[in-house]
Structures are given as structure tokens and as C-alpha cells.
Design a protein around this ligand. Structure first.
Ligand code: MSP
Length: 515
């Protein structure tokens, strides 16, 4: 089996500025991609923006802008965010690019060839905010007879000529696929939700619109543009070079290993998308992982409450690594979570500054002071061997957790290891061994090697700080892979270490800016 790894985020609508929920998804997916690279897997990581659809048209009209200008402006914001988060994406796709038009139109032709597209007329409820159709039974009624989708967005009655996709014909094949590949939908509760939805029966899906033209034209059908979800989902395959099935990226990376998305768009990814691919006779992605939603200080983020967290402000105040760490450690991946300043500061101070930072700083400073910055020789006792064993075991457990995207378990393992290493350091009390330098040297060498292993394993989560720590340990870039964290051989005695400096910062809640 190929070891290559292809992972994607959802592509966001650039109808507004990115918020912390978007940043969260990017950070989590980046950690997953970086972990795969740490394992030595050839990795392709994609993110981007979803630029067509009525929502974009309406937002542009409200702002008095040409829709392309809105898309250009806000897509650039998402790209900028990716840069500030230290994202390691290999590509950034925009659905307004020519390569994507070619790919979507080819998918359409293939679905047509399979006999799954037919012409008709759509009449029913549509939610612009969700860019989705709803049955009457799914709606709730509000004041003045207004109707609302489950997301709370208002729906409008739509009546227009439309092409349909024969989704109803795919229920059995989808159910068979879920059964044969239980790992396809994660977490499990989401899988159960989708299985019962599909068991309830599927209706054919309206897949073209005629009342606006901001979309990808349907081949040979003037006046029709594609439904934005047919367009959007296809981005994942476009970026591999499709429809050129000889493209090196396509060959190496399709089907995708993992689509990371939010829980609100799981139906599109686990029902529509696999059905489209089945119809087009293309291989299906191996897994879709739905993460939860972030609230802000315990409340749903909304423009009217004025509590939308701007990731750029947070990054500006605190730097990338603390923001990443909070997202990856505080929130159970797959569950809802909250962005809260006090919790954020506590996490940073406890895990990064105190636990990780102090261990590194104290051991490296002692090497500088007592051994002139030259890594001393180790003659390990049982206690020293034991702590190295703890490190290897914890990092192996991190690897196991990351195979199924249990990111919060991986980060918890890392903290467990750092706790154990701090205890070891306190127990061995090297500062009291001025009369026994060989023993002091062994303890410092051992601690530095635990820090080395932990820093290697920390790279996917806090890449900047981990790299700095590995520099302080003079670890060459060629020795920063997962296998180097797990190998029996440690640091090399006699290595000259640079002057240590703190890698993490502590924040003060009182001094920190109000949201
Ligand atoms: N354009 C579609 C996705 C198409 S993918 C082929 C879309 N865009 S979005 O901008 O509304 O959302 C982008 C991603 O951000 C989605 O995965 C969504 O679930 C996620 N989030 C949006 N708000 C969020 C939070 N408050 N918290 C966490 N994630 C959130 O849907």
C-alpha cells in the first residue's frame, strides 16, 4: 500500500473575513499534515476558497462590489491567514480558477454519461446561507410566516428549470460503502447520523441554477450554472491535476486520505460527494472527519453579538504557537469547543511556558554554566533509562492517536511526557551535584535528550517553538523525523550547544487586551 497522504480542509466561502472557526480547521488539518510528514509520508495538503454561489452574489450586491472583486479581496484574507498560522499547505485552490472549471465540467460530463443527470424543474425551499435545499418537514416557522432551515437561516421559495442528479439511485451503494468502510465517517456519532439519514431514503438533487450566472457553466446548456456544492466538492480532485489522470499528483494522491470539515457540512461530504464520484467512476476519499464548532467565551459567535473572534488579532497579540496549541490541546477534536481568553492563557502558561519551556531552559542553562555549553557524557542508571523509555512510549502513543486524528490525545500524551520529565528532573536534583559532575552530566544529558524527543514530536503542533528548541539542541534538520524521536540512540556527547534562550512566553491575564 502506498504511504502517500493527501489531506484537505473545507474551502471557505470568502463572503466575509475569516474567523477563529476557520483558523481552527486550518490549524487542526495542518497538524495532521505535519504529523504525516514527520512519519516520512509523501504528503499533499490542500486548502482554499469556495467562491461561487448565490451567497457571494448577494453579499457583493449588498456591498456594491463586483462579485469577482469581493472574491479576490476576501480570498486573499484567507491566504494571508494561512500564512500567519504557519500552514504547511502545498496548494491553495480558488474555485474561480480555470483548472477547476475544466475539472468540474469533466465530472459533470461523466455523471451525464452514466445516465445520472436529467433535466426538470426545481420548486422548493432554499437557504442561501447554507447554500442548500430543504424539505418542508425540516423547516421551522417564525414570525410573519417566515421559514427557517435547521441552521437558523431563512429559506426562500425557489422555482426554476434545473438539472437533477439521480441521488435516489445511490442510497444502497452508499450504505454498502459505509458498512464496508466503517472508518469512512468519523467520529462514530456522525457516522450513525448519516447512516440513518440515508436509510430514510434519498431524493434526487437539483444541481443547476438559472437565476444567476456566478458559477461554472453547465456544458452545452446555456443559462445553467452548476449548483455551488457540485462545484465546491470537486476542488479536492481538481488540485491533484484531474481531469489529467496521468498527472503526477493525481497518480500519487487521489483518492484523498482525509477530508477535514466542520459538522455542519457532513452530508455534503459523506452523501453527495461519494455519490458524485461513484457516478463519475472515480475512487472515493478514504475518510471524512467532522470537527465541532467553536464558541466565543461560551456563546455562539455572531456579528450581532459582536463576539466574532478575529484570528488575526489573536495571532498578533500572542503569536502562532500559543494559538495553535490551545486549539489542539484544549478542544477534543470532533467535539465542540470554546475560545476563552482565560483558558487560553492558562494553557499557554501551564503547558508551554512552565512545563515545556522551563524544563528546556533549566537543563540547557545548567549545561552552559557547568559544562561550558558542551553536552556532557551520560552514564545512564536505571532512572535515566526509565525516563527515556517513558518518552519513547509516549511518542509512540502520540503516533497511534494521530492515525485516527485524536489530536487532543496526542497533545495530552506530550504533556504527560513533559510532566514525567519534570518529575525526573526534580527527583534527580542535578543542581545539588556540584561535587559529582559525572552524575550531574548524565542527568543533564538525559534531560536534554528527552527534550529533543519531545521537541521532535511537538513540531506538528507548535512548529516554530519546536524548531527553535531543536536548534538549541544542535539537532540537524535531517534528524528531526519521528524515527529520530523513537530511536534508541540519543544526543551525541561533546556536541557544542548554542547559548540557550527562552522559547515560550508567559502571558498575564490582567495585562492582556479585552476581546
Ligand atoms: N464553502 C463551504 C465548504 C465547501 S467544502 C467543499 C463552507 N464554507 S464556510 O466558510 O461556511 O465554512 C468553512 C469551514 O469552516 C467548514 O468546515 C465549517 O464547518 C467551518 N466552520 C465555520 N464556522 C465554524 C465555527 N464556528 N467553528 C468551527 N468551524 C467552523 O461551508
Amino acid at each position: 500500500m502506498s504511504t502517500s497522504f493527501y489531506v484537505t480542509t473545507a474551502i471557505a466561502y470568502p463572503n466575509g473575513e475569516p474567523h477563529i472557526g476557520h483558523a481552527y480547521e486550518m490549524i487542526a488539518t495542518d497538524a495532521i499534515a505535519r504529523w504525516a510528514r514527520l512519519e516520512g509520508r509523501p504528503t499533499f495538503f490542500l486548502t482554499g476558497t469556495d467562491e461561487h454561489g448565490i451567497k457571494m452574489v448577494q453579499t457583493a450586491a449588498a456591498q456594491g462590489l463586483p462579485v469577482r472583486e469581493l472574491a479576490d479581496r476576501n480570498s486573499a484574507r484567507f491566504r494571508e491567514l494561512a500564512g500567519l498560522l504557519g500552514l504547511s499547505n502545498d496548494d491553495f485552490i480558488r474555485t474561480t480558477e480555470q483548472r477547476h472549471y475544466d475539472s468540474v465540467q469533466e465530472i459533470w460530463r461523466r455523471m451525464l454519461k452514466s445516465g445520472d443527470i436529467y433535466e426538470g424543474a426545481y420548486e422548493g425551499w432554499y437557504s442561501v446561507r447554507d447554500e442548500a435545499y430543504f424539505d418542508e418537514a425540516e423547516l421551522t416557522e417564525g414570525e410573519g410566516g417566515k421559514k427557517f432551515a435547521p441552521s437558523g437561516a431563512e429559506v426562500t421559495w425557489v422555482r426554476e428549470p434545473s438539472f437533477f442528479f439521480r441521488l435516489s439511485a445511490y442510497a444502497d451503494r452508499l450504505l454498502a460503502h459505509y458498512e464496508a468502510h466503517p472508518e469512512f465517517i468519523a467520529p462514530d456519532e456522525r457516522r450513525n447520523e448519516i447512516v440513518s439519514f440515508v436509510k430514510g431514503g434519498l431524493r434526487d438533487l437539483s444541481i443547476s441554477r438559472t437565476t444567476f450566472d456566478w458559477g461554472i457553466p453547465v456544458p452545452d446548456a446555456p443559462g445553467h450554472v452548476m449548483y455551488v456544492w457540485v462545484d465546491a466538492l470537486t476542488n479536492y480532485i481538481t488540485a491533484t491535476g484531474f481531469p489529467d489522470e496521468d498527472a503526477a499528483r493525481y497518480k500519487a494522491f487521489w483518492p484523498a486520505n482525509l477530508h477535514v470539515i466542520g459538522k455542519d457540512i457532513i452530508r455534503f461530504h459523506t452523501v453527495y460527494w461519494p455519490a458524485f464520484l461513484m457516478s463519475a467512476n472515480l475512487p472515493l476519499p478514504r475518510r471524512v472527519f467532522a470537527h465541532g464548532f467553536l464558541t466565543s467565551e461560551g456563546k455562539k459567535m455572531s456579528k450581532s453579538l459582536g463576539n466574532v473572534v478575529d484570528p488575526l488579532t489573536e495571532l498578533d497579540s500572542y503569536g502562532t504557537d500559543p494559538v495553535r496549541w490551545y486549539c489542539l490541546r484544549e478542544i477534543s477534536f470532533g467535539q465542540d469547543g470554546d475560545w476563552g481568553r482565560e483558558k487560553f492563557i492558562n494553557r499557554n502558561n501551564a503547558d508551554l511556558a512552565n512545563n515545556f519551556g522551563n524544563l528546556a531552559q533549566r537543563s540547557l542553562a545548567m549545561i552552559q554554566k557547568n559544562f561550558a555549553g558542551v553536552l556532557p557524557v551520560a552514564t545512564p542508571t536505571e532512572a535515566d533509562k526509565a525516563i527515556i523509555g517513558v518518552a519513547v512510549k509516549a511518542i509512540a502513543a502520540m503516533n497511534t492517536a494521530m492515525q485516527t486524528q485524536l489530536i487532543h490525545e496526542a497533545t495530552a500524551e506530550l504533556v504527560g511526557l513533559l510532566n514525567a520529565a519534570n518529575l525526573y528532573f526534580a527527583d534527580q536534583a542535578p543542581w545539588g551535584l556540584k561535587e559529582d559532575l559525572p552524575r550531574m552530566g548524565t542527568i543533564l544529558h538525559t534531560t536534554a535528550d528527552v527534550v529533543r524527543r519531545a521537541a521532535i514530536a511537538a513540531q506538528p503542533f507548535v512548529p516554530t517553538a519546536a524548531a527553535k528548541m531543536l536548534d538549541l539542541l544542535a539537532v540537524p534538520p535531517t534528524e528531526r523525523a519521528l524515527s529520530d524521536a523513537l530511536r534508541p540512540q540519543g544526543l551525541v556527547a561533546g556536541t557544542v550547544l548554542p547559548q540557550p534562550e527562552p522559547v515560550f512566553r508567559k502571558f498575564d491575564l490582567k495585562a492582556s487586551a479585552a476581546p
